[in-house]
Write a protein that binds this ligand. Structure first.
Ligand code: ZN
Length: 403
């Protein structure tokens, strides 16, 4: 293993290289159809000090987030999940609260928050949010960081009771600075609820499709506790969440050593310890596990599908990585479908596979399907079968199998 870049944790330790995925395209770049547009290296590393599994580098944030092609409401399963989280928050309170959602995207979550809350959203992307007449929240086009924290405080008008960040705190190499802004903005008795893909259930189990340029951090509870402590914050409870192929839902408050915390924390920390999170040899073995998963997808799916009519179902960020790492551009007759209109008419980044509107393809025309958006597989399989698809269906993760 090689020493690579430095971690942004307090100890600023050199990170150790875990796996080099090579030059990968940007997963949400649909501005061009060029097969080899805008590639940069994608190298997974781990910090020996804070144990954060992270990338060695990340492209410029402005180039990723000012114009963004991921739309929260494009997936029905995602909308359902955001509603469920909003329901949990709504049920916790009878009184008027100030709520701030970081990375609020098109406002899907905020629309489901009680109207008696004073709700704000922060998101740098100017292209995703379209105001509806019923919206009773404000969205501010800003990055959530310490350089903007005073501006945010002035916009919101007071300290914030509840800060929400759903799959955003992992999407930034400035994660430490983002947690520092949480510390600044959060009321003394307030809390933050953050969801992140869980490294133990995803990449550390070899499911490499959570690795892409935007997804800078791959958290475990161990690494999150270390990072939060540096920012004088603490985890008071944690839930395992089924989204993203395995996620953690983390309840965060201001650091207070005497605070009573949930027993879930020790249970998960023990699981992580037994898994080898703190043991460098676990990360050394991981590259073999990743190679095995790549081999499975190539030998079981790609070799079988190369001359067939292939339907690629869903093109999420994770799917772009699978398609590129496993060389889907060698497929000779493949079409992808995705509900996001911003993706339709373009190719899967880094490949020549066109993305079409799911309403406009003839499902009887395909021999084999690959569910790249496998975390939503139950909904998607039902949907393509109902639309007339009758071939074999391959699910790339966790085990690379046909159903
Ligand atoms: Zn570190």
């Amino acid at each position: 293993m090689m020493k690579t870049s430095f971690c942004s944790c307090k100890n600023h330790t050199e990170t150790i290289e875990v796996y080099d995925f090579g030059m990968m395209p940007r997963v949400n770049n649909y501005s061009s159809n060029q097969e080899d547009n805008d590639r940069s290296s994608l190298i997974l590393t781990v910090c020996e000090s804070c144990k954060l599994v992270q990338l060695s580098s990340m492209p410029d944030l402005n180039s990723i987030y000012l114009e963004y092609d991921h739309i929260s409401s494009a997936s029905t399963s995602n909308v359902r999940h955001l509603k469920n989280v909003a329901e949990i928050i709504n049920n916790k309170h009878n009184d008027r609260k100030t709520l701030l959602e970081v990375g609020c995207n098109d406002g899907t979550f905020l629309r489901n928050i009680n109207k008696n809350f004073i709700s704000h959203g922060i998101d740098p992307a100017k292209n995703v949010y379209q105001k509806k007449s019923s919206d009773n929240f404000s969205i501010h086009n800003l990055f959530f960081d310490t350089s903007n924290q005073l501006k945010i405080r002035n916009l919101v008008g007071e300290k914030v009771d509840i800060i929400i960040g759903l799959n955003v705190f992992a999407h930034n190499s400035t994660y430490n600075d983002m947690f520092s802004a949480v510390k600044y903005l959060l009321a003394s008795d307030g809390y933050a609820y953050v969801e992140v893909a869980y490294a133990k259930d995803t990449i550390l189990s070899g499911n490499f499709d959570t690795i892409y340029h935007e997804h800078f951090c791959n958290y475990t509870l161990t690494s999150l506790i270390n990072i939060l402590k540096e920012n004088e914050l603490m985890v008071v409870d944690v839930d395992k969440v089924r989204t993203q192929g395995g996620s953690l839902g983390i309840w965060i408050e201001h650091l207070n050593e005497n605070k009573e915390v949930s027993g879930n924390i020790d249970v998960i920390l023990k699981e992580e310890h037994d898994f080898g999170i703190s043991d460098v040899s676990m990360y050394m073995k991981l590259s073999k596990v990743i190679e095995h998963k790549i081999f499975n997808i190539k030998s079981r799916f790609l070799a079988n599908a190369i001359h067939k009519k292939v339907l690629i179902v869903g093109v999420p960020a994770r799917g772009v990585i699978t398609a590129n790492v496993c060389n889907f551009k060698t497929l000779q007759n493949a079409v992808a479908i995705d509900d996001t209109p911003e993706k339709q008419g373009y190719n899967i980044p880094g490949t020549n596979i066109p993305i079409e509107n799911p309403e406009e393809v003839d499902y009887k025309n395909f021999d084999i399907a690959c569910i790249l958006a496998w975390t939503y597989k139950d909904d998607l399989i039902k949907r393509i079968k109902k639309a007339g698809f009758d071939g074999d269906i391959f699910i790339p993760f966790p085990d690379g199998k046909y159903i």
